[in-house]
Design a protein around this ligand. Sequence first.
Ligand SMILES: Cc1cc2nc3c(=O)[nH]c(=O)nc-3n(C[C@H](O)[C@H](O)[C@H](O)COP(=O)(O)OP(=O)(O)OC[C@H]3O[C@@H](n4cnc5c(N)ncnc54)[C@H](O)[C@@H]3O)c2cc1C
Length: 492
Amino acid sequence: MDATGCFGRVALYVSGQLSSPDIEEADVADNDFDVIVIGAGPGGYVAAIRAAQLGLKTACVESRETLGGTCLNVGCIPSKALLHASELFEEANHGTLAKWGVKVGKVELDLEAMHAGRLEAVKGLTGGIEFLFKKNKVTWLKGHAKFTGKDSIDVAGTAYMAKNFVIATGSSVTPLPGVTIDQKRIIDSTGALELDKVPGHMVVVGGGVIGLELGSVWRRLGAKVTVVEFLDQILPGMDGEVRKEANKLFKKQGFDIRTSTKVTKAEAGGENIKLIVEPAKGGDAETIEADVVLVSIGRRPNTEGLDLDKAGIALNKQGQIEVDHDFRTGVAGIYAIGDVTPGPMLAHKAEDEGIAVAEILAGQIGIVNHEVIPSVVYTYPEIAAVGKTEEEAKAEGVEVKVGKFPMIANSRAKTNRDTDGFVKIVADARTDRVLGVHIIASVAGTMIGQAAQAMEFGATSEDIAYTCHAHPTHSEAIKEAAMAVNGKPIHI
Ligand SMILES: Cc1cc2nc3c(=O)[nH]c(=O)nc-3n(C[C@H](O)[C@H](O)[C@H](O)COP(=O)(O)OP(=O)(O)OC[C@H]3O[C@@H](n4cnc5c(N)ncnc54)[C@H](O)[C@@H]3O)c2cc1C
């Protein structure tokens, strides 16, 4: 133990609670860990639990009042609660229940109850992490962590040391220049989870996953929703055909989608917000009036206030912490995972990295295959992908074969009358190995799991085509798309 490790014990010593011989013992007992994880999101809390399961003395620092990070508190879980509830409302209000012989009376929205359902889901799950921390003997250090050296941090005025640190501080909303978030009329994703009335007109700035999901919630509940996207298509990064199809389907649902358009300013003075937009390439400005503007142009890594310089950690141009294959930063004993590092900002990517880094710290082999990270947009229909898009594979010079199968030819989708979308499989033309799977379908998020597993096992399209799929399921469309890679689907 070096002299720099004495902050917390010195505080106790100075306040008279410790006599000098107690210092070493108190430090070792309370403030010295094998691993300290900073941040209790899906990356951090999973890393902490796994590290403790593997016998390491583990603490996890979290500055929020509850565990679970962005995902459980203001991200994946509350957004899915509202997506589910609003889907039920829309189905009952404007859906096909009557065609199925289900007659409902007048449908009314009880927004307060809907929010209560969201909060219940969040409370249950964040409380569950607290339970798991206790069960696995992970110490929760409450407060904001900042480095005081390469092997020490300060949390709320107390010093802690560890052999290893895992930075899992996640990300927050990227601000839009010229637009100030007030969380009432100009909101970010967190504000969009908490609106206390349905806006007349909501403008969503950014046609990415979060904007389209939360835009879907409020459209289903009765808002007119306009999406303003800088690029020439919504859903950047996804497969070209999928983006086109999604654009078509969302427009059919009533979304007004303005692509190749940029927002330059928002004026919140009068009754409505005046949003000034102009063509992305420049041109005449136009004003769009809205009751609520949702800014969702992306997320940026949380590194502010961590005093990373004191640990000797530098950031890349995107403000992220670069790591190697084993999640090591350039500084011995300091690792980083999840949204604060490069790669897709997804909860399950962070979780898998959390498990892997803990296993590495315990002397085991921890691996994440970053080539096979599924992603899902939980709109209706859902949109899901894993692996390379056709465009990416071709840009890398790979010759590809593509198989597609429309959901309208899938017996279960046809029976359920949820026939929008298709499955697309991109395979290497030379080896038949599956490079990517892209799905638009009502249950695409569930379907993509099998594609990810097949790719993890190095499957060819033929492997999938000759795997027996249960009938009648939406997943049979994956089998048929795999058959289509070699031109032999049965049902089209
Ligand atoms: C509206 C919305 C919907 C989303 N939906 C999905 C989805 O459906 N599926 C999906 O995969 N992903 C989704 N995401 C993304 C997902 O939430 C993130 O990718 C995921 O939470 C990242 O996990 P993480 O552990 O890296 O960080 P986070 O979950 O951001 O957690 C980091 C934690 O660290 C804490 N922290 C930061 N700095 C410090 C510090 N110095 N000291 C102490 N504590 C600190 C923060 O308070 C936070 O709790 C969504 C995000 C949003 C905003």
